[in-house]
Design a protein around this ligand. Structure first.
Ligand SMILES: [Zn+2]
Length: 160
């Protein structure tokens, strides 16, 4: 039997040191830094349920669109249960999302047994998150040498 080193495990989002002792989710610093596994793509999308083991539902995805079925990361209670499971969307955000859903043909006035539009909305929502991350992680100014020369030229021109 191998034991995991207790010092090496950290949360994949906030970076806090994780532990697997004591009770998960208890209202304390220890409860909040307890390790927990989060599937990148929810098991329920493939028809499986962690809460109702053995119960199989109609899968939203037969095959994972991103190639991450069954794969998971390790996070702290705070990041997993509070941050990841409760994304904040304000009325304006919902309105923009709704407009995107309509424009992509993913709205459905009457539900049918077909889950293709739901699958499309899940993919769209991931696209929204990806676009936001792309925008926020982009460098504010290009560091290429030509830009630096341009910036220097612009500054010298302004001094004249
Ligand atoms: Zn965390």
């Amino acid at each position: 039997m191998t034991m995991k080193s207790p010092v090496s495990e950290t949360c994949g989002i906030c970076g806090c040191r994780l532990h697997r002792r004591g009770r998960y989710a208890e209202p304390s610093v220890r409860g909040r830094s307890h390790a927990t596994k989060h599937h990148y793509v929810a098991e329920r999308f493939f028809g499986r349920s962690a809460n109702r083991r053995g119960e199989v539902r109609e899968p939203v995805f037969r095959k994972c669109p991103w190639g991450f079925e069954g794969e998971a990361g390790v996070y702290c209670y705070d990041c997993h249960e509070l941050l990841l499971h409760n994304p904040v969307l304000l009325p304006r955000d919902f309105e923009r999302l709704r407009r995107l859903v309509v424009s992509r043909g993913l709205a459905e006035r009457t539900k049918t047994r077909n889950l293709a539009k739901l699958a499309g909305r899940i993919r769209l929502f991931h696209e929204v998150i990806e676009a936001g991350l792309e925008t926020l992680t982009r460098r504010p100014m290009s560091k290429s040498p030509s830009d630096t020369r341009l910036q220097r030229a612009a500054r010298s021109f302004q001094r004249r």
